[in-house]
Design a protein. Sequence first.
Lengths: 443, 443
Amino acid sequence: MGNKARIPDSENPRVVIVGGGFAGIELAKSLNGVNVQVVLIDKTNHHTFQPLLYQVSTAGLEAESIVYPFRKIFDEQPNFFFRLAQVISVDTQTQVVETSIGFLRYDYLVIATGATTNFYGNKEIEKNSIPIKNIIDALSLRNTILSNFEKALQIEDDEQLNSLIDFVIVGGGPTGVELAGALSELRKHVFPNDYKELDFLKMDIHIIQSGPRILNGMSEEASLKALQFLENLNVKVWLNRRVESYDGYTVVLDSGEKLITRTLIWAAGVSGAPIEGLDKKCILKGSRIQVDEYSKVVGYTNIFAIGDIAAMVTPDNPQGHPMMAQPAIQQGRLLGENLTCILTGKPLKPFHYKDQGSMATIGRHRAVADLKINKKEYKMQGWFAWFIWMFVHLISIIGFRNRLFVFLNWIWSYISYDKGIRLIIGNPKSNKPVEEEVPKALN
Amino acid sequence: MGNKARIPDSENPRVVIVGGGFAGIELAKSLNGVNVQVVLIDKTNHHTFQPLLYQVSTAGLEAESIVYPFRKIFDEQPNFFFRLAQVISVDTQTQVVETSIGFLRYDYLVIATGATTNFYGNKEIEKNSIPIKNIIDALSLRNTILSNFEKALQIEDDEQLNSLIDFVIVGGGPTGVELAGALSELRKHVFPNDYKELDFLKMDIHIIQSGPRILNGMSEEASLKALQFLENLNVKVWLNRRVESYDGYTVVLDSGEKLITRTLIWAAGVSGAPIEGLDKKCILKGSRIQVDEYSKVVGYTNIFAIGDIAAMVTPDNPQGHPMMAQPAIQQGRLLGENLTCILTGKPLKPFHYKDQGSMATIGRHRAVADLKINKKEYKMQGWFAWFIWMFVHLISIIGFRNRLFVFLNWIWSYISYDKGIRLIIGNPKSNKPVEEEVPKALN
């Protein structure tokens, strides 16, 4: 056995939480004041507010407003320890996690590793498309979008030009829909001013959706209205289509149609990101970990899973809960209480998901929201839904400073019709000089 | 000859400006409304407010607040065109610039490429140290500083620990001094809260200065007071020392002393970044281009150089002007007027540098300022100088949005004693997991 990760000694049992997404931080918070040592492991040093990643990609928000350092969140929680590390595997016999900074003993292990982009095994698409799952993805996409327009100024050929200024989004869930809305705002209000030499009637935005409707986690009304909003914004929605192949230039759909773009944004699916060393039997379809109603991983007594990674399969809920922030937050909070019950010998409370509904925004003044308040459903679309969307997202952001900066950015964009952060910083997925990348035929 | 860069045809003479620093954008602005076609070429899509780079490195400001897209600055200037490209060389006979996006004809060429970090030919130092000249450097340094502390938590050996948490800054100019001040604030107010397991009495900050005093472009009083401020903040200033070698771990000074650090920040010198193809005769010491008092490059009639790259050597001024924002801005503005004079056949005005003084801040409430107002000199140190420093920097930042965000960040930091942007995003110069990087002896 190699070196040990250094964590201060403690008389209290150690809870190791792997992953600082919504579930992980909610659990860590709810263990404040409890007689345990909390060790949070993450491969970044910050929590990411994933619902707003698309606004970072489209120059509306700076990355720094939607990510927040873990150490700052838990500043005043004495039983909390953070380690920047990657988990390699777990040995459930000896109760040790192997990480990039050494071995770490646990009394209770909580897997909150979330989800990763699912390319359904298509390596070609994985190589050529851009996911939008973390902050680096989001910044890469921003760099790519902006670089495309800079390059487009040098192009004469119509097809080549369109390959740079057309965007294809795969996936008609909230991320795909919100991203399409934001891109169409850039097309309408921002880019024509920046790139006066280009004809923005030529810029196309496509959404490819495998099923018969977009936002299929929401009500029929919401789906239809969102589709109408997108069509009003001149976004082309392709329903009942799947991407067969993408070589970095031509998107081939299963219906035989072809689209030309250098920017395929993959917002189509996620799968769990489980840890090596767990019994294969507890890993379900989509790589999620099967847990019971106490978030306990099936077959173990001191290993738990919460958030996107956990599939809490019950007769009511054969697929587990939706892979979204709300179930993650609620599971994290309840597991905190249940761990306290375990330590004090009290009976555990089973998890009941309190669905508060969901929502998506599609550009300025337009959103759809299905809200559930006290078991009553409220469906709304348009202006008022848009206000609710903004309010709910603002209060969910961690930290007063970030909340203020997001709010100011929104006010600013609203008044000026502008997105100020049109910056190419660092290495986009394709920030090579034009001549290296544009096919030779062009020159 | 290869492909041509595509710029719309114009009847007016074309002014190609290479580089969008202070000099380049000031010139482009002053050509607004003049009958020329202005083409600005830069390898990034944004202007960088270099004086505040050190605050990005030390988690005080987000990158997005101090960089500003060129296209946004020149939004409403019809004769302005921007191209994201690198300049490869110039052919002064045919009046063509070769760039990464093709060849570009010019009538007037203005070289405003600024300065680059000068390692004085020491390849080992260049490889192992971190410069702080552009926004990528600044973000790399932020990532490195924060990663160091994360790694330090895993280290037992005292020397190894110090190699991670000690910082050596080479160069006692404004950048070095301001950076040391900001690091000492992090040490005092921020890091002890984040890394409660570390003993911050062990963290050392060093400045190495080759001459007998720091801030040697300023008055004796300012130098002495700045030294005193730094000593009060427990920054160790080594005067009359040069770095002989640095292997990434041990800094060897010419006096024989050794310092251990994994982070050597190189703020020691700059040299010009001239363009290939100019007559070697006009390139002076430090790779600056010799120009006359009209910013015309010696030996040419339609090539100019302004800002850091230009050495306007006169009997009064045998070294050229200081490589700072003020001369760059003033030269850019005057050249705009003089180009208009050339086009209309009016006599040109020679450049006279209006020195407004200089200043540097050293942490909270402390700054030194030598101001020149109407040829009178005002020297001040302390609180009032600190207010003036903030005021002058705030009004110099481009764009209301950036100014507001910098101001809010400063207010926030002032009230909370906090620096909120403690984020590791992307690839720092050394963001490898500890075990890959810490010498084997440790494990």
